[in-house]
Design a protein. Sequence first.
Length: 391
Amino acid sequence: MSTEPQTTPEARTAVRTETMGEEEAGQRVDRVLARLLPGVPHTRLFRLLRRGEVRVNGKRVSGEARIKSGDVLRVPPVRLEAPPSLTPDAAPRVSNALLEKLNASVLFEDERLLVIDKPAGVAVHGGSGISAGVIEALRSARPDEPLELVHRLDRDTSGCLMIARRRSTLRSMHAMLREDAFDKRYLVLVRGKWELGKKLIEAPLRTDLRVGGERTVKVEAGGKPSATEFRVVQFFGQLATLLEARLLTGRTHQIRVHAAYAGHVVAGDEKYGDEEFNDQLRAFGLRRLFLHAHSVSFEDPERHVAMSISAPLPDALRGVLDALTARAGRLKPSGTKPRPTIVQSRTEPAPKPSTRFRARQRKHGSAEGRSAPSGRAIRSPRKGSRQGPRT
C-alpha cells in the first residue's frame, strides 16, 4: 500500500484511493487514515469521518469500522499545517527526556508485544496541540518496527499500556478486545467511604458530547452498554476509599464516570470530580488524577499460555496513600456529597466469562488478587482448548 501523500504547492494533499491489503485487514479505519495522512491532527481526521469524506468501497464509514483485504479506501484532500515537504518519514520532534522516560518504563517485551508503564501526563499519541505522544516517541526510537497501540489510556492515567510490534499481533489482539478476552484492572481512589461492597455497575455511556470544546461522557439511556466491577481495597476513614476497578467494557472515561454515577467521584478528577475534595487531598500530596492501570491478564493468542503483567503504583500515589493512612483519621470529605444515581447495577455474581477466566488463572497458579511481581510478566503453560478466555 502506498503511503505517500501527493501535495500541491499550497500544501494540500490530493484526493486518492488506496486498495487495502492483508497488512491492513482487521485494523480500524481511523488508524489506517492516520498513517496515510501523517501530521494531520486526530481531531481533523475525526471531522473528515463525520462529514462522510472518507469512504470505503464508495460508502460512508465510521472510524471504528474494520478494514478488509481488498477494500478501497477514499482518502480525502486535506490542507496541511506543516510545510509541503512533510512526508511519512518526517517524524515529529521527540524530546530526549520523553524517550528516556519511556525506555525506563518497559514492563515486558518479546518479538511481538511491548508493554510499558505509561507515565501520567503523557498522551498515548499526538494531536490537539501535542506534537508527540507515546507511540510517536517509540516509533522514532524503533524506526524499523510497525508499532501500533493495542488500546489507549487517558493522558492523566498511568499504568499498563500494550503496543503491538507486528501487524499480525495487532489484528489478533484487536480480535481479543472485541471478544472481551482481556482482564484489565485499575487502582482508583474515590471520595468518601464506599459502602456498596463488590459492585458491578452497568450504565450506558454516551461519548463525544462537547462541553466547552472538550470531550465529555455521560450516563444516558441511548449510550453504549458499559460495565465496571468495583471492589474495596482499603478504607481511609470516611474521607476516601481505594478501589480496584475491573473493566468489562472499554469506553472513554468509563471508570471515572461510573464512579461518579455511584456517588463516589475519583480523587484528582478535574472533569467529573469535586473541586473542594480535590483541594482537600492536595494537603495529602495529590497532584494528579488517582487512576492507575495496575494489571492486564490475557491468553497469548499465538502461544496459548496465560499471561499477567503488572505495573507498580507510582511513588507519588503511594505517598498519598501513606499520608492518608497516617492523617486521615476522622476527617470527612469536603464538598457536596453527590447523590448516587445507580439504577442499573447489581452485586454478585460476576459475569460467567469472568468466572471462567479466574478458574483458568487458579488452575495455572495465578489466582485472582495476586499481581505479577512489579514490572514482570507471569506466563503459565496451558493445555486443552485453544480458545482464548473471555473476561
